[in-house]
Design a protein around this ligand. Structure first.
Ligand code: PLP
Length: 376
């Protein structure tokens, strides 16, 4: 099997699976005062410590959620509720994942002015573009670190630094889902007040994520109930998933730079093979790009047809313009990808397991499809 759809989800690592099993065996409720509860709480703390260490923050700034969608919803609606009716402007980008984009639509419906910054004609979003849209009325800025469809890296740190210099009270949120454990993501350098993370993109289990909340920033909770996670996220903690998340982080945090170098080499090989093929164009090649995600278009072949052709050869990729089961996201158009490429786009995304053989196998599969399907 050649699995190159890691931006959608990754195969859980053995360490993460072992973590989940450990969390199932230690079955106590972390809120219980007896030993079974204390043991479970110890596992939760251990995972929280690992995530905090990876981001360079304090463990009490990490709140477990059901995933990045919940983290971003908590961040955005929390920021909205926390500012009362004093301010009404929000700044974001047109290339955000729906986990940010849909809450932004909802804020608009609730009366906020939502300013969405688009990439320029080269598909680049500038830090100044984001920062200059912020004014006295702004209470929140939300921008992702790495785009999930093109791999574009947004200049979030630069934008947030400029914003905080002029407007220290503006809340900054960053969806770091596609950057975490791939690029060096540190709270201090990013300068975000809120950071969304997801475990299943980093070889951890699905249904678990985290929200970093800078100490001193008080947000109202999205979920109310028993007061878990310092009342930020009520509901009995999913000890197995938290434990799996923690183990995935422990395993990957040690060698982010080495893996990044490997991913760059794999991306270079992919680009070289695409150029050799002659019938493939690369949709996004900005200077600021994560090597883990590459969007390509195979001339004359529809994404979905090609995706299923490759699937029959046990090769798994994503159709780049699909957001959820074929629904177009519009993000590729925002990146100024030519209309003719839109329907023949594939997204190739790497994990720590990806090898050169995977890339070569993919390119052979595409070449076979070009031969076989071109006549249909
Ligand atoms: N943000 C980005 C950039 C993503 O790629 C995803 C997942 O596709 C999410 C947010 C949502 O993450 P989760 O599945 O943990 O809710």
């Amino acid at each position: 099997m050649i699995y190159l759809d890691n931006a959608a989800t990754t195969r859980p690592s053995d360490a993460a699976k072992a973590g989940v099993m450990k969390g199932l065996d230690v079955f106590g409720n972390p809120s219980s005062l007896h030993r079974c509860g204390v043991d479970a709480e110890l596992l939760v703390s251990d995972a929280r410590n690992a995530i905090a260490e990876s981001l360079g923050c304090s463990p009490d700034e990490i709140f477990f959620t059901s995933g990045a969608t919940e983290s971003s919803n908590t961040a955005i609606f929390g920021a909205f509720k926390s500012q009362g009716k004093r301010k009404h402007r929000v700044v974001t980008t047109t290339v955000e994942h729906p986990a940010t984009a849909r809450p932004m639509d909802e804020l608009e419906r609730l009366g906020c002015e939502v300013v969405r910054i688009s990439p320029d004609e080269n598909g680049m979003i500038s830090a100044e573009g984001i920062a200059n849209a912020v004014n006295e009325d702004t209470f929140l800025v939300s921008a992702m670190l790495v785009n999930n469809e093109t791999g574009a890296v947004l200049p979030v740190a630069k934008a947030f630094a400029a914003i905080h210099r002029r407007f220290p009270k503006v809340i900054t949120h960053c969806d770091c889902v596609q950057g975490y454990m791939k690029l060096p993501v540190k709270v201090k350098t990013l300068g975000a007040d809120l950071i969304s993370l997801s475990a299943h993109k980093i070889c951890g289990p699905k249904g678990i994520g985290a929200l970093y909340i800078r100490k001193g920033l008080h947000l109202p909770a999205l979920l109310l109930g028993g007061g878990q996670e310092k009342a930020m996220r009520s509901g009995t903690e999913s000890v197995p998933l938290i434990c799996g998340f923690g183990e995935a982080v422990k395993q990957l945090s040690a060698d982010i730079p080495a893996r990044l170098e490997k991913a760059k080499k794999l991306e270079a090989l992919l680009l070289e093979k695409c150029a050799e093929n002659g019938g493939i164009s690369v949709n996004y090649q900005g200077a600021e790009k994560s090597p883990y995600v590459t969007s390509i278009a195979v001339e004359g072949l529809k994404s979905e047809v090609l995706l299923h052709y490759l699937e029959k050869r046990d090769i798994f990729v994503s159709s780049g313009s699909a957001c959820s089961k074929g629904k177009k996201s519009g993000v590729l158009a925002e990146f100024k990808i030519p209309v003719r490429n839109m329907d023949s786009t594939l997204r190739i995304s790497f994990s720590p397991e990806t090898t050169e053989e995977d890339i070569i196998g993919l390119m052979e599969g595409i070449a076979a499809a070009q031969q076989e399907l071109a006549h249909i």
